[in-house]
Design a protein around this ligand. Structure first.
Ligand code: SAM
Length: 288
């Protein structure tokens, strides 16, 4: 069906299917026709590519992806949308819909079964209640994918794409920079959605790194230290890590010194290399 981002068409389809929006599932559907083609084009939907989409809504982005990519596998949790999608996406023969929670889907298996020999990318207008868990799950699983291109709340996008060592960064910034090269693509106003949310949005892309940074002996421990560092935002690195991980301050201070960091340093001032050095020193000292 054409004109899927036309508000009249959307209202008509949803009314005929007696559909009501679920706030708890983050259902804000795109009604701005210029946004989905841009996400598809900037998100690697093209020849030789298969796309995983998370959250179809009525299929407005799905159809733009299917027009460009070889195949689209779209995961949608809300079974009430299945009959809607049969109508709106019926003309495409390269779309497969999986009715499930994306957090429960075995994505390694899905990629090997569905995208035989194709490059793979993820594109989505993410449900905002679960943005960070979905992005972290996609990155931590080390999926064989080229990129993740997603619409997120503006504030989340700023944090995700913050440069290391700047005020806007948080634990999630360290994680995305560890696995990928994040890039802010463009802003999207709240009026581009139905119903309209209270915040503006933006589209970000994570280009997956072939090799993660060197020097991390235990990734789980590294990310534990990163989360501890940012657990109390106004505190210094040493205070935050010692109170959150339950280590004596003298040990955490010693790890900071051995990593060449001043004791007054705040977590948002550290580079990736400094975080790695500090976590490695702390691990050594606490295991001794
Ligand atoms: N792509 C559509 C668009 O742009 O109009 C819909 C985007 S809407 C922001 C998010 C979609 O994700 C909804 O259709 C919602 O039902 C679905 N969703 C929410 N939680 C999900 C989950 N855990 N797994 C899969 N889909 C989910």
């Amino acid at each position: 069906m054409d004109n899927l981002s036309n508000i009249g068409v959307i209202k008509d389809v949803l009314e005929r299917h007696n559909f009501s929006f679920s706030k708890s599932l983050g259902q804000n559907f795109l009604i701005n026709p210029s946004v989905c083609p841009r996400i598809a084009e900037m998100g690697n939907a093209g020849e030789g590519f298969g796309i995983i989409e998370i959250g179809t809504g009525i299929g407005v982005l799905t159809s733009e992806l299917a027009k460009r990519a070889e195949k689209v596998v779209a995961i949608e949790i809300d079974e009430r949308l299945l009959p809607v999608l049969e109508e709106t996406l019926g003309e495409y023969n390269n779309i497969k819909i999986i009715n499930d929670d994306v957090m429960n889907v075995d994505l390694h298996k899905l990629i090997s079964e569905e995208f035989n020999g194709l490059g793979v990318a993820v594109c989505a207008n993410l449900p905002y209640y679960i943005t960070s868990p979905i992005i972290m799950m996609l990155l931590e699983k080390r999926l064989p994918i080229k990129s993740i291109t997603v619409m997120v709340q503006k504030e989340a996008g700023v944090r995700l794409c913050a440069k290391m060592g700047t005020r806007d960064m948080g634990a999630v910034t360290v994680a995305v920079n560890y696995f990928s090269e994040p890039k802010m693509l463009f802003n999207v106003s709240r009026g581009s959605f139905m119903p309209s949310p209270n915040v503006d949005s933006c589209v970000v892309r994570f280009d997956i790194k072939e090799n993660t940074p060197e020097g991390v002996s235990d990734e789980a421990y590294f990310f534990k230290v990163v989360r501890a560092a940012f657990s109390q935002r106004r505190k210094t690195l040493v205070n935050s890590v010692s109170s959150s991980m339950g280590f004596e301050k003298i040990i955490v201070s010693s790890a900071a010194e051995k990593a060449g960091l001043p004791l007054t340093v705040r977590p948002e001032q550290l580079s990736m290399e400094q975080f790695i050095l500090f976590a490695e020193q702390l691990k050594k000292l606490t295991e001794e």
